[in-house]
Design a protein. Structure first.
Length: 256
């Protein structure tokens, strides 16, 4: 009887040890799988950005969005006051075409849309000329009934790259006399808006749809030059710029 009891005890002990080992192995596998899943989600959430230390990161590959282009004067009628002042309207139009998934806009349709937006501004706000980043965002929300737009201030090139990396495009108010675009009529516009559609990591250039020239589709600006030209301005017609402050309008696409 003693021998039989001893054998039963050994078998029970062995069973408990086996079950315990399986639990440890299984638990380790589940923990590993959970960690890997979280890491994959983080990578998917920000495919172009790698976190390094707090407050520091670097874009890991070039970014470029397919955004339809129009100049602010689709038919080259720069003598028309509306089209002279239509960099904001053209920029918001291009951005919203991207939001809607459009790949192309004809000169006829762009010309018509810019006139309609300018007319909307005149009727609802009393102006259509220069509009600040804040007012341009308000016009976009009101005219297009689209609210996935945000204005950020005191920004630099890193902030623009971060938004691009996160899947957004960006409209930036600029001092056009500082960017050195050879296609501008000298000395260039003091108050101008540009749509940023990408960034080239190898050449350190922002890729833009610049409505200030018919050559503006995919026009590239060196990162440091572009950053130095960032400048918001006051709504109105050639209002004095007393404060140099950078800003950007972040346009985000809603995922369905």
């Amino acid at each position: 009887m003693k021998i039989k009891s001893y054998i039963i005890f050994i078998l029970l002990a062995f069973s408990l040890l086996t079950l315990g080992g399986l639990f440890v192995i299984n638990n380790t596998m589940e923990t590993t799988e959970t960690t890997e899943t979280l890491e994959n989600l983080e990578t998917m959430a920000q495919p172009y950005v790698v976190e390094r230390t707090e407050g520091e990161w670097e874009i890991t590959q070039s970014v470029l969005f397919d955004v339809p282009f129009t100049s602010q004067a689709p038919f080259g009628n720069w003598d028309n006051q509306v089209f002279q002042q239509a960099c904001e309207e053209a920029s918001m139009l291009m951005a919203m075409l991207w939001v809607e998934g459009k790949e192309f806009i004809s000169k006829e349709d762009a010309n018509k849309a810019i006139l309609e937006i300018s007319d909307f501004e005149e009727k609802n706000y009393g102006y259509f000329e220069d509009t600040s980043a804040e007012d341009t965002a308000i016009i976009m929300k009101d005219y297009f009934s689209y609210n996935n737009i945000e204005v950020l201030y005191d920004i630099g090139s890193q902030d623009i790259k971060r938004e691009l990396a996160n899947g957004s495009i960006v409209i930036t108010p600029m001092n056009g006399q500082k960017v050195g675009n050879p296609f501008y009529t000298p000395p260039g516009p003091l108050r101008h808006m540009i749509l940023v559609v990408g960034y080239d990591r190898e050449t350190k250039e922002f890729i833009t749809n610049d409505p200030g020239t018919r050559h503006g589709e995919g026009f590239r600006y060196k990162e440091d030059i572009f950053e130095a030209a960032l400048q918001d301005y006051i709504t109105g017609h050639k209002e004095p710029i007393d404060e140099i402050r950078s800003a950007m309008i972040v346009v985000r696409r809603i995922s369905f």
